[in-house]
Design a protein around this ligand. Structure first.
Ligand code: GLU
Length: 383
């Protein structure tokens, strides 16, 4: 198993900062905002009210009800989601892993559109299944199409990982693109594990959930959490919405590994989800700030017309092409090392996401730091 490249870069940047080196950290994707005060207050009140013990493995009922109600209000067409389809975990990362382990096993092929978030590969391999990368189209923001997935499939294909808005590219799949992929998956009987953790962070049009497009939920496992939209990374609360049989399997698996997510964190997430009007004000302000940073970063890069990147329509990443950098065999890794050493900017090499000719920079930081970081990246690339 490889170390998580996103977490490794974050640790390296922290270590350099601790030595007094003024690193611009555009490594790990973590909102720089504080968790909204009303959510922190709800957590403090929950501790005082005794939320200090085990809960049901699948999470407290009010939180699962709130998650189901939120999905039904915003996304679900047709049969409403019930709390029995919701399992709360210690972060969307755990929900993704639970889903992968419960759906796939030895001999199964799992399609992973690349570039993709680093941990999908390791999760699939930990389940002893085969990760099958499917390279996206550079002319279409490195997104895959249903045809590309179909061409990569074999009789051993059992499912796919889908992620929109995308980490690491920030690309957002359109309704038509998702509909074609979902129709293919449904016709083939594939599981679709849809990672929608960046759903709320989209700048041009609203990012669509597979829940509002798929003809049925029978083959869908939809993953989300509070970390990115509500600036709650450290609370570790994620969840899945999946058919009841899959939800039961995921609960059983979690019951033998970690049990319930922290009780106090579940109450914090409950405040975020159940008090949706109050939370929306906060989420919209954070997304507006991310949008300004996105615009500032794109404007800064316009001074370097030879620098190519994927149009960042969502999430808080920009994916930059560093092909041919100093003639290196792994241009992204060479660039990451050079830009850290020579320009003190921490970024993640594209090899972590299956595409070594690229690098990922996170702009979940102040606009001035993001612009300075991207300007240094572009300078290093064009020097
Ligand atoms: N998902 C974020 C990232 O890609 C946080 C780190 C991680 O869990 O990988 O940077």
């Amino acid at each position: 198993m490889k170390e998580s490249a996103t977490l490794a870069v974050a640790a390296k940047a922290r270590a350099l900062k601790a030595q007094g080196i003024p690193v611009i950290d555009l490594g790990a994707g973590e909102p720089d905002f504080d968790t909204p005060a009303f959510i922190r207050d709800a957590a403090a009140a929950a501790i005082e009210a005794g939320a200090t013990r085990y809960t049901n493995t699948e999470g407290i009922l009010p939180l699962r009800e709130a998650i189901a109600a939120d999905a039904n209000r915003v996304q679900v067409q047709g049969v409403p989601v019930t709390p029995a389809e919701v399992v709360v975990s210690n972060g969307s990362k755990q929900s993704l892993y639970n889903a992968v382990v419960c759906c796939f096993g030895p001999g199964d092929d799992v399609l992973i559109p690349i570039p993709s978030w680093t941990s999908y590969f390791e999760m699939v391999e930990l389940a002893r299944a085969n990760a099958v990368p499917v390279l996206g189209d550079a002319a279409n923001s490195l997104k895959v199409t249903a045809d590309m997935l179909e061409a990569a499939a074999t009789p051993a294909t059992k499912g796919l990982m889908l992620n929109s808005p995308s980490n690491p590219t920030g690309a957002v799949y359109s309704r038509d693109e998702l509909a074609a992929i979902l129709a293919l998956a449904s016709a083939k009987g594939w599981w679709v594990i849809a990672d929608e953790i960046y759903m709320r962070i989209a700048y041009e049009e609203r990012a669509q959930s597979v829940l509002e497009i798929a003809p049925s939920r029978d083959n869908l496992i939809v993953i989300n959490g509070v970390a990115k939209a509500y600036a709650m990374t450290g609370w570790r609360i994620g969840w899945s919405i999946a058919p009841v049989a899959v939800s039961k399997a995921m609960t059983n698996f979690q019951g033998h590994t970690t049990s319930n997510a922290a009780a106090v964190s579940q109450h914090a997430a409950l405040a975020a989800i159940a008090q949706h009007e109050r939370a929306n004000v906060e989420v919209e302000a954070m997304v507006a700030a991310f949008r300004k940073r996105r615009d500032a970063v794109v404007a800064a890069l316009s001074a370097f017309p030879s620098v190519q990147y994927v149009h960042p329509a969502g999430a808080f990443y920009i994916y930059v092409n560093v092909e041919g950098f100093r003639g290196a065999a792994d241009p992204g890794a060479a660039f990451a090392a050079a830009v850290l050493e020579e320009y003190q900017v921490a970024i993640v090499p594209g090899s972590a996401f299956g595409t070594p000719n690229w690098i990922r920079a996170s702009y979940a930081t102040t606009a001035s730091i993001a612009v300075e970081g991207l300007t240094r990246i572009a300078t290093c690339l064009t020097a």
